[in-house]
Design a protein around this ligand. Structure first.
Ligand SMILES: [Mg+2]
Length: 377
């Protein structure tokens, strides 16, 4: 069969809905004429025509097979599988033009923030710490901690993570930050040492409290159900759950997905999404990292201000909700941490946590210089 390609949006692949959005960029793709694969929009991935036809035929096969096929297709189309493909190498340069490095664009970023209060928001895993095999050992380096501490002295700073707030605090160990754990469903202000602290700053927001008993119940069921899959790790993030598959064998992945899905069938008020090497289970309430960002801006007194410049740095699909809010507000910008092209609403990119640290250090240095310059006037 002629190897032709269609373009599938990776970001739309939300597992529970079994929805995959297929954007056909050219109606001639179904003709038998051999041609170069169409280059899709930034961050889009390419799958073969044969696989696309398999996806189209999913309705004609039965339940478990249908899910398996879909999962296999999604897995096979994952960035991990595609990162060595020639398509991606070709696409990399056009993607970086649309999402330039925040380090290369540093001067422009500073110009855009002139006269405005920068507020920093950062994801944890894959942004401040590297993605490691054991999620319990995703430690940040001492140098990164020192840098984040300096950032918090210069700007109001928040960590926004899918992790349980207590756990992310144990990793970061900086009392002067705002923390939004459980994908923003558990927000607490600085315990001490922040000049941006407002009032007593205890727990500020827990919009999913009613789900706590359900989350605990599902956690126990998932631990039991997934114990037959080597490498699977269920993490209780208080208001949400994560099933890590960083250490699960490729062949066992679809089995794990079916195990998780069979538990969640009984819980329609919980939804399942796939993140970076993790399945995320969250309440269906309309609350995400974007809402957390808005809530924090409001808590800091910037709800209706035009002189605020929020910067959000993250590597995950769940961070897209925050990038989108910044686009909609027309304030600040998002920075996606990724080595490979991904569909994103972030404006800029950084390749890895080491580059995030470089960017943060430059920001701190610029702020110190501008304070010095101002004091000499
Ligand atoms: Mg992350």
């Amino acid at each position: 069969m002629t190897k032709q390609n269609v373009v599938v949006s990776d970001a739309e692949a939300e597992i529970m809905n079994m929805a995959i959005s297929v954007a056909v960029s050219n109606s001639s793709i179904f003709t038998a004429v051999a041609e170069k694969p169409p280059v899709g929009p930034p961050g889009y991935i390419s799958i073969s025509r044969k696989r696309f036809m398999n996806l189209k035929n999913l309705d004609s096969i039965n339940g478990a097979e249908r899910i398996n096929s879909w999962v296999d297709s999604m897995r096979a189309s994952s960035p991990t599988h595609l990162k060595s493909s020639s398509f991606l190498k070709e696409d990399q340069s056009s993607w970086i033009l649309q999402h330039p490095s925040a380090l290369d664009m540093f001067e422009q970023i500073i110009d855009a923030s002139k006269g405005k209060q920068i507020v920093m928001f950062m994801d944890y895993d894959g942004t401040l710490s590297p993605i490691v095999e054991d999620p319990d050992r995703a430690f940040m380096s001492a140098a990164m901690r020192k840098t984040v501490k300096k950032v918090a002295r210069c700007f109001p700073t928040a960590i926004v993570s899918g992790r349980c707030r207590d756990k992310v605090y144990k990793f970061v160990r900086l009392a002067e930050l705002y923390y939004a754990g459980s994908h923003g469903m558990d927000i607490k202000g600085p315990a001490k040492g922040s000049k941006y602290k407002k009032g007593s700053q205890g727990v500020l927001c827990q919009p999913a409290s009613e789900f706590l008993p359900m989350i605990d119940e599902v956690y126990k069921l998932l631990v039991e159900k997934t114990k037959s899959t080597p490498g699977a790790k269920v993490e209780n993030n208080k208001f949400c759950l994560s099933v890590h598959f960083r250490c699960v064998d490729e062949k066992k992945w679809s089995e794990l997905f079916l195990q998780v899905r069979s538990v969640l069938k009984e819980y329609p008020k919980l939804r399942l999404t796939q993140g970076r090497k993790v399945l995320e289970i969250r309440p269906t309430i309309k609350w995400d990292k974007g809402k957390a960002l808005e809530f924090l801006l409001e808590s800091l007194g910037y709800a209706n201000c035009t002189n605020v410049f929020p910067v959000y740095i993250g590597d995950d699909r769940t961070d897209e909700d925050a990038f989108k809010i910044l686009r909609e507000r027309g304030q600040g910008f998002g920075i996606l941490v990724s080595k490979i092209p991904k569909e994103t609403t972030a404006t800029y990119s950084l390749q890895e946590p080491a580059e995030v640290m470089d960017f943060l250090q430059r920001l701190v240095e610029w702020k110190r210089q501008s304070i010095r310059a101002h004091s000499m006037l």
